[in-house]
Design a protein around this ligand. Structure first.
Ligand code: SAM
Length: 273
């Protein structure tokens, strides 16, 4: 030994989806979109697939409501947490560990949905098209694909870069101590990709950082006309793009982008008497 620090193999970079329990501490109680997806799932005229279902924030309430719903996600930790929570309630939904861009599962669905920005993890146009074509290919006749992503408005695009921003604070459900999430963002405005270095801090009872969990993730943003091109290029017959969960049109650049897309032409108008 010569006294210098031994070079270490770099640890693989964690993603925010490598720890489903920690994800749930921050996001498990989010309800802003739950009624919207739950109602769609309840009204679906056949089985439902949730793509990028995560820890079951939406899927589990659907199962409890009696919806015939399957889930799909790439990250084992997210699916593991979902399975554990569902089992505690006496349910064992069918879950597929697969990439949202290129899966093939046996059922065809009346509704395929992807909540809470799942689609932004398709980082290139080719990824986006592959995902949309795959989702479309799993629709039963008359079925719909529905998903929501954030809209890349002025506030988002001119947001702070390279400095940590406190995104949220909650209490740990077990210890009752504060948990904070910081995001340090950088933007590739040509590729339309945001890179996030995430730090989740668990504080002790003196307000000091007891544990810091670091992870990284990328998100691709998409504008509305671009989304319409993607839907057309992936073969949908028609679509509707809304600005909020009440289905009002997308008109403001701080709106949500909520996409409904169908394989089939609109139902025929009732014939005149
Ligand atoms: C923001 S979370 C949303 C999770 C869940 N839908 C919810 O609303 O809480 C994004 C999800 O996308 C999943 N994900 C990311 N890339 C994926 C991929 N290529 N294929 C499938 N799932 C993916 C992550 O594991 C994570 O569960």
């Amino acid at each position: 030994m010569d006294g210098t620090t031994q070079a270490r193999e770099a640890d693989p970079v964690s993603t925010p989806f490598d720890d489903g329990e920690l994800y749930d501490v921050l996001f498990g109680e989010f309800r802003f979109d739950l009624d919207f997806y739950l109602e769609l799932a309840r009204k679906a005229r056949g089985p439902v697939l949730e793509v990028a279902c995560g820890t079951g924030r939406i899927l589990i309430p659907c199962v409890r409501a009696g919806v015939d719903i399957d889930g799909l996600d790439l990250f084992p930790a997210m699916l593991g947490t979902l399975r554990r929570k569902a089992a505690a309630l006496g349910f064992a939904p069918t879950l597929h560990r697969s990439d949202m861009r290129s899966f093939a599962v046996p059922r065809r669905y009346a509704l395929v949905f992807c909540a809470f920005n799942g689609f932004v993890h398709c980082l290139t146009t080719e990824d986006q098209l592959q995902a949309l074509r795959t989702w479309r290919g799993h629709l039963a006749p008359g079925g719909a694909v529905v998903f929501n992503v954030f809209y890349p408005g002025r506030e988002f695009l001119s947001g702070p870069e390279g400095e940590p921003v406190l995104e949220g604070e909650t209490r740990h459900p077990v210890t009752g101590l504060p948990v904070r999430i910081y995001d340090t963002r950088t933007f590739d405005r040509v590729a339309q990709v945001q890179h996030s270095c995430v730090e989740i801090q668990e504080l002790d009872d003196q307000g000091r950082v007891a544990t810091a969990h670091r992870s990284e993730t990328d998100m691709r943003w998409t504008f509305k006309p671009e989304m319409e091109l993607l839907l057309a290029a992936s073969g949908f017959a028609r679509w509707e793009i809304c600005g909020d969960f009440d289905r009002r049109p997308l008109t403001r650049d701080n709106d949500q982008m909520i996409v409904f897309a169908w394989n089939d032409p609109p139902p025929a108008a009732a014939s005149p008497r």
